[in-house]
Design a binder for this molecule. Structure first.
Ligand code: NAD
Length: 285
């Protein structure tokens, strides 16, 4: 039987509606809406797509959005001063640094300089630490989007065999903690697992499978456990098509629920940025 499709666009629409209502209430109480500022150092085509999507999402929920573009030649010190200024600007609720930054610039240092109270992407070590402690309201947008997708299935994660393939700081690692917080029995696979030839064994016993590798079709359809929930985070360009990391045709014959690429996780991540912005605004005086 074909799996139920987990439609990211439908979930994003529902989440945006809830955020919009919350923003309206906050605005009437505080006299102003949350404000998200995006910093772009030098203009480039790949971040232009994200910036456009962020502005559209912010407009749709009533969040104020400002794009600050500074020249390509901006020095590290100047960029740090800019972030410092935004940290101290009371009208700014949340800050995002657009990637990539020009070569030679220390992106990690700049991201860590964003105050944890204004950390729209939930990537500050202090905010990541809160996930470890199970006390978080914001988090890395992609990991949060995956948790929303899982929640939409209404599956009880308690004791479930969850397997994550990919251990990046923005997806796999925070997700492993989020799943542990829900008492899922969580396994994290990575390049070491793959090179040892151990990936099929782990994937085959996954009741919840989340894949974030960036290699088209690395997860074969016939590895999927019957009745599994499969979330494909991967984005890969194959010819003129965008595909995920999971062989969709085969996997969807075995899974209970599955996401598609595009139309799954990626459709929700920008909405999570808006939700982080609202959560940050709520904790600021
Ligand atoms: P990354 O590129 O930082 O790391 C890749 C991960 O895959 C690492 O943990 C690595 O160890 C693992 N890996 C590589 N080869 C492997 C193999 N043969 N077997 C097992 N594991 C292997 O990861 P990322 O930044 O999380 O990105 C992963 C994918 O998710 C990319 O395709 C990216 O474009 C996509 N992505 C999508 C969204 C979204 O919004 N949908 C957001 C972020 C990333």
């Amino acid at each position: 039987m074909a799996a139920v499709l987990l439609d990211g666009k439908v979930i994003a629409k529902r989440l945006k509606e809830a955020i919009k209502q919350e923003v309206a209430v906050l605005k009437s109480k505080r006299g102003r809406a949350p404000k998200l500022v995006a910093v772009e150092v030098g203009q480039n085509a790949s971040s232009a797509v994200y910036v456009k999507a962020q502005k559209k999402a912010a407009d749709s929920v009533g969040i104020e959005y400002e794009l600050k573009v500074v020249p390509q030649e901006t020095s590290q010190d100047e960029a740090e001063n800019l972030i410092d200024g935004l940290n101290n600007d009371k009208s700014v609720s949340a800050i995002i640094l657009q990637m990539p930054v020009p070569r030679g610039m220390d992106a990690k240092k700049l991201v860590n300089l964003i105050s944890p109270e204004k950390d729209a992407e939930g990537m500050h070590p202090q905010n990541l630490g809160k996930i470890l402690l199970g006390r978080y309201r914001i988090g890395p947008c992609t990991a949060m989007a995956v948790m929303e997708l899982l929640e939409s299935t209404k599956v009880n994660l308690y004791g479930k065999e969850a397997v994550i393939v990919g251990h990046s700081e923005i997806v796999g690692k925070p997700l492993s903690l989020m799943l542990l917080n829900k008492f899922a029995t969580t396994t994290v696979c990575h390049i070491g697992t793959g090179e040892r030839g151990a990936l099929p064994g782990h994937v085959k016993r996954a009741e919840i499978l989340i894949v974030a590798v960036g290699k088209a079709g690395i997860i074969k359809g016939d590895w999927i456990k019957d009745g599994a929930i499969v979330i494909d985070v991967g984005i890969n360009k194959v010819g003129d098509k965008i595909v995920g990391d999971v062989e969709f045709a085969g996997a969807s014959q075995k899974a209970l629920c599955i996401t598609q690429v595009p139309g799954g996780v990626g459709s929700i991540t920008t909405t999570m940025l808006m939700r982080n912005t609202v959560e940050l605004f709520k904790t600021q005086r």
